[in-house]
Ligand binder design. Structure first.
Ligand SMILES: NC(=O)c1ccc[n+]([C@@H]2O[C@H](COP(=O)([O-])OP(=O)(O)OC[C@H]3O[C@@H](n4cnc5c(N)ncnc54)[C@H](O)[C@@H]3O)[C@@H](O)[C@H]2O)c1
Length: 258
């Protein structure tokens, strides 16, 4: 049966691949992005987030079968905290009542292998406290200290922890809504193009994200995994961060981590 699915970051990369896969299968996709989308909104700030939620509710008629928060940025500023964490959480929280009205609702976010890299604990804590001003202050200190990549890793770590807390609550599990993440390794998209173009960055990326199984992924690989997570057949998996990363996570982490 055709479903109505909201996808943020639908204008590029993984979100675009997912949106076109779903549309090809007959679903109605409500794309959200800064440009080239059904809903054009900036998820980096409160006004854009509220407008995105309101417009998606309007276009969907108030019922959504699935939401995928895919929009993200990876620059070494405070922006990843705004978009990757607060933008994603606001979208999911804002659209959750519309999911609760569907027969088989599903939600997913796009995390990252970077969520397992070093993070700034003050940023993560402020995110989980829902204190965006404090998170941005802490992130600005991280940038000033020259550890800008940690704003990205912190945003993705916080997002994974948020979903593991939220997924079992009455609002999510109690409403029958599985909430999971796909955490990619390196995916060939416009986001990573500059890394492939720069020899020094390429070396750093190879060391930070070793991918012994089949190397770098295409966006469609991640989109397929997201598609399964939000399909009606996923009745019992929730709170999971699934690494679709060519083996980077087992290569990097203690095998005793469960
Ligand atoms: N490409 C990778 O290697 C990789 C690895 C791990 C995780 N990810 C995650 O996957 C997701 C998708 O990344 P991608 O590689 O497809 O990147 P991409 O740059 O191709 O696409 C990201 C999309 O998000 C949109 N976006 C950015 N800021 C926004 C904002 N403020 N409001 C609304 N939309 C905004 C962009 O316009 C763009 O269309 C991101 O969350 C990213 O962190 C990517």
């Amino acid at each position: 049966m055709a479903r109505t699915i909201a996808v943020s970051g639908s204008a590029s990369g993984i979100g675009q691949a997912l949106a076109s896969m779903l549309r090809d299968a007959g679903d109605t996709v409500i794309g959200i992005d800064l440009r080239d989308a059904d809903v054009r909104a900036d998820l980096g700030g409160p006004e854009g987030r509220s407008r995105a939620v309101a417009e998606v509710l309007d276009l969907s008629g108030g019922t959504l079968d699935a939401v995928v928060a895919c929009a993200g940025v990876s620059d070494f500023t405070v922006l990843p905290v705004k978009v990757n964490y607060f933008g994603a959480v606001a979208l999911l929280d804002g659209l959750r009542p519309a999911l609760a009205r569907a027969a088989a609702p599903r939600a997913a976010v796009v995390g990252s292998i970077a969520g397992t890299h070093p993070v700034d604990e003050a940023v993560v804590r402020a995110c989980l406290d829902g204190d965006e001003a404090a998170a941005l202050r802490a992130a600005a200190k991280v940038v000033e200290a020259g550890a800008g990549s940690q704003t990205y890793s912190s945003s993705k770590s916080a997002l994974a922890q948020w979903l593991r807390r939220a997924c079992v609550t009455p609002e999510w599990a109690g409403a029958g809504i599985p909430l999971n993440a796909i955490a990619p390794g390196v995916v060939r998209t416009p986001m990573t193009e500059p890394l492939f173009a720069d020899e020094a960055m390429f070396q750093i990326m190879n060391e930070a994200v070793p991918m012994p199984l089949n190397g770098y992924a295409d966006a469609e690989v991640i989109a397929e995994a997201l598609r399964w997570l939000i399909s009606p057949v996923n009745t019992h998996m929730t709170g999971q961060v699934i690494y679709v990363d060519g083996g980077a996570e087992p290569a990097l982490r203690d095998p005793g981590v469960f």
